[in-house]
Design a protein around this ligand. Structure first.
Ligand code: RBF
Length: 343
């Protein structure tokens, strides 16, 4: 927790104002340097998806800056943390756009296209790059979407194999289309395909930060016999970890390598390469290569989703026969001989 906090402080303090030089080849038509705003729909702390978005954006600008030093042309990277009150996001995003200061706004969240799209009519010069989102046909918006069917199916599969009670669960911060149509059902299907008859509960915290509620829900699930949980609830997962440790149950994570969050408790990390995707998206933008109006879908085969297998904590927590079975499934999904079932 302390480490994450310091990482967060470091990220925000270093990243809030970044100056970079741009080469003449990347200058905009109006000859002004690029100016990028990063809109965080939530808070960075305890949200790996936002931590990696920030880190990747920063890396792209830093790398580009180092290679293209033009002291005359400086640009600020501004980071706006919009906070956990989602009712305020539209107003905050609008004010960012209306300021006219940023030619690009980068963000990450499946709900962002519906906030950004109407603004592009009013402000036709504003460009948006949205990760973890899908939207096509708007020439001001480019999206990157992860194949989360593979990600959660694999997480469910290993959870099914590790469950002794054949009861697993998803703890979600809130309901949203990707959660209801992909993350939860594909996790449940993976668990049931691994061991027939495995059931999957679904619980909602109600926000992305309440660790006490996360612990309370986990306690209740344990009382019902659930012994593997996939938490997708940001900071609330701190409470899920505390309770899971107390009850000796397992956790399956997505988004980032999470084995070290609770050694012996975390059985899997099926990660999204959000940092790489953010870095590539920003570099493409600076060099004029963004494919506007399109959504780039990325997954396991092209390396944007990885089921982490080379980790000492994975090896010490998950028995070898289960690791072998999962490795075979990962290989089959990667070479295309097995496909995640369509639900
Ligand atoms: N994920 C986080 O890690 N932290 C958040 O604060 C967060 N807020 C979200 C708010 C909304 C409205 C939606 C639709 C998703 C949010 N996500 C958040 C989830 C994130 O986009 C992604 O679905 C999960 O991280 C699983 O990959």
């Amino acid at each position: 927790m302390k480490k994450i906090f310091f990482k967060y402080i470091a990220l925000t303090s270093i990243f809030i104002l970044t100056v970079s030089a741009l080469s003449s080849c990347s200058k905009k038509a109006d000859n002004k340097p690029h100016s990028i705003a990063l809109f965080v729909p939530g808070i960075i702390q305890d949200s790996p998806t936002y931590e990696h978005l920030t880190a990747g954006t920063m890396k792209a600008i830093d790398d580009y800056n180092q290679k293209n030093q033009d002291p005359e042309k400086k640009v600020k990277l501004y980071i706006m943390e919009a906070g956990t009150n989602q009712a305020e996001w539209a107003t905050k995003l609008t004010s960012l756009v209306a300021s006219g200061k940023y030619d690009l706004i980068i963000s990450s969240n499946p709900s962002l296209p519906e906030l950004a799209a109407p603004l592009t009519k009013q402000f036709p010069n504003q460009k948006f790059i949205l990760l973890d989102a899908s939207f096509t046909g708007n020439q001001n918006i480019a999206c990157v979407s992860y194949n989360q069917k593979e990600q959660t199916y694999l997480s469910g599969y290993i959870s099914g194999l590790m469950s002794k009670t054949h009861k697993v669960a998803v703890i979600a911060a809130q309901e949203y289309p990707v959660m209801n149509n992909i993350l939860y059902p594909y996790y449940a299907r993976g668990a049931a395909d691994a061991v027939e008859g495995t059931t999957c509960e679904f619980r909602i915290v109600g926000n992305w930060y309440d660790a006490s509620k996360g612990a309370e829900i986990t306690d209740a699930l344990c009382a019902q016999g659930v012994d593997v949980i996939m938490p997708i609830c940001g900071g609330a997962s701190q409470g899920v970890i505390t309770s899971a440790r107390e009850h000796g149950i397992f956790l399956s994570y997505i988004d980032e390598n999470s084995f070290a969050k609770a050694p012996g408790t975390v059985i899997s990390s099926c990660t999204t390469k959000q940092e790489v995707a953010a870095e590539e998206a920003v570099l493409d933008y600076i060099t004029g290569k963004t494919q506007w109006g399109k959504t780039k879908v990325v997954g396991l085969q092209d390396g944007y989703i990885e089921f982490i297998q080379k980790d000492l904590l994975y090896e010490s927590t998950v028995p070898e026969p289960i690791r072998k079975e999962v490795a075979a499934l990962v290989s089959s999904l990667m070479d295309g001989s097995v496909k995640v079932p369509e639900l």
